[in-house]
Design a protein around this ligand. Sequence first.
Ligand code: 5GP
Length: 164
Amino acid sequence: SDERENLTYPLFGQAVRELAQTIADDGYEPDIILSIARGGLFVAGGLGYALDVKNLHVMNVEFYTGVGATLEMPVMLPPVPNVVDLSEKKVLVADDVADTGKTLKLVHDFCAGHVADVRCAVVYEKPQSLVKCEYVWRRTDAWINFPWSVEPPVVRRDGQVLDA
Ligand code: 5GP
């Protein structure tokens, strides 16, 4: 459908507080928040303040389209966090959305076996997600416009693209 879920910065502020409240009410006290760049950085920053967690880590995950058009898998980009930093820790993985859930599954499986506990928190979860996140603000089937990516990158006044 043409339906869109439009998340604004003010609504995101409310969402991240409510998500943190759900986590606190559940009694989960993570030692580390592991964000998935780039969208998860906003979520992890907000949760870090709201849950009083200062130990934030980041993983860079990107979807790679292989030579076969059907081979679409997310891959971790360097630098990959050292699992020693995560050992015996309660980890909260933070991202903006679980869509197929492949990104979160990759990060969840990366942590599993090394950490004391790993749970996932997302602003949105879609029904087809193969990871069922422990903490979800809203569920939707629609394409989500996030405030940080709804607009294209800025261009220089002379029209040249920044990374060109
Ligand atoms: P996955 O399919 O692995 O769960 O999600 C991969 C990534 O695709 C997400 O982290 C996000 O960057 C992007 N994505 C998936 N669904 C949406 C959506 O509805 N809106 C936006 N803006 N990005 C999405």
